[in-house]
Design a binder for this molecule. Structure first.
Ligand code: AMP
Ligand code: ZN
Length: 480
């Protein structure tokens, strides 16, 4: 079976056939760096990571491009509201670039802790302004723009395929709230703002349309075309991007290049939702990875939680379900460590026997089939568990297969075993220590510092030193 992906364009599962055999070009919309990423945003980047790892496992040479939006993103995707970067800089008493640098670093700190592989190319929007201007010029030369009230707009009526991705019925969508009166059609969007939009705009550049700055949508078109070419294989982002951001990206890219389709496959992740509803960066009060760590969870507990849902289904976040993921990951690690230490009975077949290999291969091929079926991580996890529970597979073969599967899942299983081997610890003892660490984290969360300190003290008496790090608490044996 070939890798099949659900293409939003066409709304169906399609086999992945890249434009250039053996290569896969992929652009994933990156963060707007005016605040920390919230845990919903991280769901989008875990999907990008699983996609890239699966493509690599299938032997494709992947170029993964991600943008960092550090200019031009307004609070409403439809050119309404404040500039997110400018507002954040004003609130924090910093410059826009300082804010952008800080939150870009924070973003990669989060993605590193969650084992999300770094993109091949990271593009900061402010470094691609000449490419944006050049692309806008092409759109203008081909007659898709008009200038009104100091801004250059994309005229959607000149682009008949507008809204194909989102299946928009333009006749039913006559108005959008807060529409700018300069727009000829409510869905028209700004390619270039001049100072007419915001007097306090911090970052402005000269352009043929006046001193100003780019619209948000043009950034992704310009950076992806520059880094991946005028057509490429896959573009991904959250489901919220379908009706405006990606719809506009398609219109302006195809208007500029005359190539259709600009992108072959569009992937969209559904939202992570809280009990109380939508999570939003701008509304404040959102959960970050650090807030989960402070509550006693490891970043990989959250990764496991995300993998247990399919990316096209909405996922409801609650601490109760995160507890479930933490327990499942703990059992997984316990089982793997026990297998590695020879604590579990091993299958009757010898490790090198054909039958042992073929049993493991059955799980492995079911695992690959699950990923090939639109990246079904819940089913892939189920195959991994199936293998671990199958006592007829010899430990050595099971472990090798599990580590191989983990190249996609990214749960650091081999590292977990190595760390324990290095500590020379009996896995049952290690598991008890980790249970106490989790208990201490909960006590800290509940501000029960007496109990937290007493757990630390109990462990210290057994020669175990705890070290609190940003990624969670680690332990080692050491001098008391
Ligand atoms: P932003 O930094 O706001 O541009 O968002 C970064 C990415 O996160 C985009 O792909 C969004 O579509 C996605 N996203 C935003 N909120 C959520 C959420 N609650 N669940 C999943 N993805 C989200
Ligand atoms: Zn984008």
């Amino acid at each position: 079976m070939a890798l099949t992906l659900f293409n939003t364009l066409g709304r169906e599962l399609q086999p992945f056939e890249p434009l250039i055999p053996g290569k896969a070009s992929f652009y994933g919309c990156g963060p707007t760096v005016y605040n920390y990423a919230h845990i919903g945003n991280l769901r989008a980047y875990v999907l990008h990571d699983i996609l890239v790892r699966t493509l690599r496992r299938r032997g494709f040479a992947v170029t993964h491009v991600m943008n960092i939006t550090d200019v031009g993103h307004l609070s409403g995707d439809n050119d309404e509201g404040d500039d997110k970067m400018v507002r954040s800089a004003e609130e924090r008493g910093k410059s826009v670039l300082e804010v952008a640098d800080f939150y870009t670093q924070a973003f990669f700190n989060d993605t590193d802790r969650m084992n999300i592989s770094r993109p091949t190319v990271v593009c900061r929007a402010t470094e691609y302004i000449p490419d944006m201007i050049a692309l806008i010029k092409r759109i203008e030369e081909r007659g898709f723009t008009y200038f009104a009230g100091g801004n250059l707009y994309f005229d959607i009526s000149r682009f008949p395929a507008y809204g194909e991705l989102a299946r928009l019925r333009l006749d039913e969508l006559k108005t959008r709230t807060g529409v700018d009166e300069n727009k000829r059609n409510p869905q028209d969007f700004v390619l270039w703002f001049t100072k007419s939009k915001f007097e306090n705009q911090a970052l402005v550049w000269d352009s043929p349309w006046g001193r100003g700055y780019p619209g948000w949508h043009i950034e992704c078109s310009a950076m992806s075309v520059k880094c991946l070419g005028e057509t490429f294989d896959i573009h991904a982002g959250g489901i919220d991007h379908v009706p405006i951001h990606h719809t506009n990206e398609i219109a302006q890219s195809e208007a500029a290049t005359g190539k259709h389709p600009w992108v072959k496959y569009w992937l969209h992740n559904e939202f992570l939702v809280l009990d109380k509803g939508k999570m939003s960066k701008s509304a404040g009060g959102f959960l970050t990875l650090q807030s989960l760590i402070d509550a006693g969870y490891a970043p990989l507990d959250y990764r496991y939680f995300l993998l247990s849902g399919h990316y096209r289904s909405q996922l409801q976040f609650s601490y109760q379900s995160l507890d479930g993921a933490r327990n499942a990951r703990k059992s997984l690690l316990d089982r793997i460590r026990a297998l590695a230490a020879g604590f579990l009975p091993s299958g009757g077949d010898s490790a090198g026997s054909a039958s042992a290999q073929s049993k493991a291969e059955t799980y492995c091929s079911a695992f690959d089939k699950a990923l090939d079926d639109d990246l079904s991580t819940p089913r892939a996890l189920a195959e991994l568990w199936g293998l671990l529970r199958d006592s007829s597979v010899p430990a050595e073969v099971a472990l090798a297969t599990v580590f191989n599967m983990d190249q996609v899942l990214g749960l650091d299983l081999a590292e977990a075993v190595e760390r324990h081997k290095a500590s020379g610890e009996n896995p049952e003892v290690a598991s008890e220590i980790e249970a106490l660490i989790a208990e201490r984290a909960l006590a800290k969360k509940a501000k029960n510092f007496v109990q937290a300190d007493s757990i630390r003290q109990r462990l210290r008496e057994q020669g175990i030193i705890l070290e609190d790090r940003s990624a969670g608490t680690t332990w080692r044996r050491g001098a008391v």
